[in-house]
Design a protein around this ligand. Structure first.
Ligand code: TYD
Ligand code: MG
Length: 465
């Protein structure tokens, strides 16, 4: 009797064994060995058939006009914010992986989106984590429109593939890829081998029948997408759904996108009856009340600018080495800014603890936030309140000089739209070349001390108390 066996392949060096090891005996890497069904590797029935592609010969790329028309074929996900992150909608036949912490709202987002999409095309929602009854309960709570959404509560890969082939839906949602399992593999659902096999089988079918697949993926404790890295290489788009579980808004980001720009940001708010999109996000991240230690920056996420409040708290330390905690900003960046302020502004920050937070749980990675961070720190250190309606934009160099940042016009326009009156930004940002007139009061500074004089009205370099 022939028995389906598994082999174990090291993801780092490709070595094959018959047995599972925690460490590859060939290259010495830990946790790199993955189970794979022999049938999927070399059985005849699964070998790639040359005629599976209609025309395998190389073809001339299409004229630009035809390509533009094709772009219109994208399916709308039902949410403008979701479409923006996807690069203008869902591309037919594409594979999208949506990752996120448990309870963040992945199932809610996809069920709502599926319900809206099902008004126009056939959509299959495979719930591998919840029973059909549970999904129906959620659906009732969401009060979505009546649509022909097909619901399948199943965990077996084979049955899901069968259903996909039978229904040939335009869009299929798998919630989640970690809960599916292939009976030919001995690994538990969610194990690296299972995730890899299930996703590649789904991908093959989806590309063949031009079904767009949305896969929900779990995130590990370290915040990485659970499963093999190949999963991220395999799919066309990787999105992460994040946000503070205790705050109501959620951010959808593109980490990888073969059909659009990455670093696009979609913003949603979780309410009692589901997720709604936030079209004017700056309002969430702004407090509008001036206080010591608060500064407003305008950050750019993809094509979108957001005005965001930063808060700093500086207090004398009781520890041998001062504490530095940053939420939403890289701690190393904060260290660097504190060092620049200490050296060039003569502040005794090494004897103070420093806590920094970005309002609303947003992560700000770009250096354009430097000037805002520095001003928030000084505002808290000296107990000075920034005049209302001021935004700060600029990168801080190690010598205390300010460097211009990109998309300045877009940032100033956003600040103006939100009713800010003053902006402090680096000299040489190209104010003269801007196409539209800026009504904000603009202050161009060449270094940090000039910027602080403009923003706070204090001359720290000549005032050492
Ligand atoms: P869920 O979509 O199940 O998260 P995930 O699939 O990412 O694990 O979201 C669950 C959370 O969302 C849960 O804590 C309750 C909350 N929620 C609402 O606040 N409003 C709603 O309408 C729904 C459906 C869920
Ligand atoms: Mg879920």
């Amino acid at each position: 009797m022939s028995r389906l066996a598994s082999i174990y392949i090291c993801q780092s060096c490709g070595a094959q064994t018959r047995q599972f090891f925690g460490r590859c005996s060939n290259c010495g890497d830990w946790n790199s060995i993955v189970e794979q069904a022999v049938s999927s590797v070399n059985s005849k029935s699964n070998q790639r058939k040359p005629h599976s592609f209609k025309d395998p010969r190389p073809q001339l790329s299409e004229p630009i006009g035809a390509l533009k028309e094709k772009a219109l074929d994208r399916l709308t996900s039902g949410y403008g914010e979701f479409d923006r992150v996807l690069g203008g909608g869902l591309v037919p036949g594409s594979l999208v992986l949506v990752g996120g912490d448990p309870g963040i709202g992945k199932s809610t987002l996809l069920l709502q989106s599926a319900t809206t999409m099902a008004l126009q095309q056939s959509v299959l929602y495979v719930s591998a984590e919840e029973s059909a009854q549970q999904v129906r309960l959620r659906w009732k709570r969401l009060q979505g429109p009546e649509s022909n959404l097909q619901l399948l509560a199943e965990t077996s890969l084979e049955l899901v593939l069968q259903e996909l082939e039978a229904l040939q839906p335009a869009v299929a949602i798998i919630d989640s890829i970690q809960a599916l399992h292939d009976e030919h593999l001995s690994g538990a659902p969610g194990s690296v081998g299972q995730v890899r096999e299930c996703s590649s089988a789904l991908q093959r079918l989806a590309k063949q029948q031009n079904t767009s697949l949305l896969l929900v993926g779990h995130v590990t404790k370290e915040g990485m997408l659970a499963g093999p890295k190949v999963l991220e290489h395999l799919v066309d788009v990787v999105l992460t759904f994040e946000g503070d579980r205790y705050a109501s808004h959620r951010l959808l980001r593109a980490v990888k996108n073969r059909y659009g720009a990455t670093h696009e940001l979609g913003i949603f708010e979780m309410q009692g009856n589901g997720l709604i999109e936030v079209t004017n996000p700056s309002e969430i991240f702004l407090n509008r009340k001036s206080a010591a230690g608060v500064a407003t920056i305008v950050a750019c996420e993809g094509n979108r600018s957001l005005a965001v409040d930063l808060q700093a708290l500086i207090s004398a330390t009781t520890y041998a080495s001062p504490r530095r905690t940053a939420t939403g900003v890289e701690t190393n960046r904060l260290h660097q800014i504190l060092a620049v302020l200490e050296k060039h502004m003569g502040l005794a920050l090494s004897r103070h603890d420093c806590y920094l937070a970005v309002a609303g749980g947003l992560e700000v990675e770009e250096p354009a936030a430097d000037l805002g961070i520095a001003t928030a720190v000084i505002s808290s250190y000296r107990d000075l309140i920034l005049p209302e309606g001021t935004v700060l934009i600029g990168e801080l160099g190690l010598g205390g000089q300010l460097r211009p940042v990109g998309q300045i016009q877009q940032r100033l326009q956003e600040a103006e739209r939100l009713g800010f009156q003053r902006a402090v930004f680096p000299k040489g940002s190209g104010l003269e070349q801007m196409q539209t007139e800026v009504k904000l009061q603009c202050f161009e500074a060449s270094n940090i001390s000039e910027a602080l004089v403009m923003a706070l009205g204090v001359d720290l370099e000549n005032d050492q108390n």
